[in-house]
Design a protein around this ligand. Structure first.
Ligand SMILES: [Zn+2]
Ligand SMILES: [Zn+2]
Length: 240
């Protein structure tokens, strides 16, 4: 007998989104709710930041990526819009330790990354690091779970220790675009440049808002010698 079948009988898994029974093995979102997630299509996006414009079908270059604040990463994409049920599930994962949704989230990250990147060219998968203090208070860095899961799934090396993050003067949440850009400068440090030199890196974050955190991360990785930096996030927030 399938051991999963027995444990489902004893402790039925309830869907993270609707609290109904989950009909998918080893997952925590039922197929009904999965179909209703606000998945971002990976065609008709800006070829650098991955932002989509309704009605656009071909790849384009958005005004931000053309302007003086063009991001330091080469390409980025996100799996979901940060909205509704997806937003609630991601916030529970991030702040309330709902880590059982990681396999579902890795499915979504994998689909987005496969659509946008040449996966065999990736040398290592890196999480956006958390500060020592944040990790201590929260007990974990949610991006580690996502990056490690994605690295395993696509068969690439997981590299959580190449970058370090120091405290920014302020938290990024609640700042406007300009303030976010200034607040994040100098936050990351490449502590293992030998792991980065000449490499194609895939950086994983939970939520992308203006892209300034990922851009600063990419700037640090490139200064340490990384060849290409691609970024994938679980969700993309509407700009403030
Ligand atoms: Zn459900
Ligand atoms: Zn763009």
């Amino acid at each position: 007998m399938n051991p999963g079948f027995l444990s489902d009988l004893l402790w039925p898994r309830l869907c993270e989104a609707c609290d109904g029974p989950v009909d998918r093995p080893d997952r925590m979102i039922c197929s009904h709710c999965l179909m209703r997630l606000p998945v971002i299509g990976q065609t008709g996006c800006c070829r650098i930041c991955g932002r989509a414009i309704a009605g656009q079908r071909e790849e384009f270059l958005c005004d931000d990526c053309r302007g003086r604040h063009a991001p330091a990463f080469d390409r980025a994409c996100s799996a979901l819009e940060f909205d509704g049920t997806a937003r609630r599930m991601i916030l529970d994962f991030k702040f309330n330790r709902h880590i059982w949704t990681v396999p579902d989230f890795v499915d979504l990250l994998e689909a987005a990354a496969m659509a946008r990147f040449d996966i065999p060219a990736v040398d290592a998968v890196l999480p956006v690091p958390a500060t020592f203090l944040r990790r201590l208070v929260r007990g974990y860095n949610q991006c580690d779970f996502l990056a490690e899961g994605l690295a395993k799934r696509i068969g690439r090396r997981f590299e959580p220790s190449a970058l370090r993050r120091r405290n920014s003067p302020l938290r990024q949440g609640g700042l406007n675009e300009e303030e976010r850009r200034e607040n994040i400068v100098g936050t990351f440090k490449a502590v293992r440049p030998e792991l980065l030199r000449g490499r194609t890196l895939l950086v994983v974050d939970d939520i992308m808002t203006t892209g300034s955190t990922l851009s600063e991360c990419a700037k640090t990785l490139k200064a340490a010698g990384a060849d290409r930096v691609w970024c994938v996030t679980l969700a993309r927030s509407i700009r403030t």
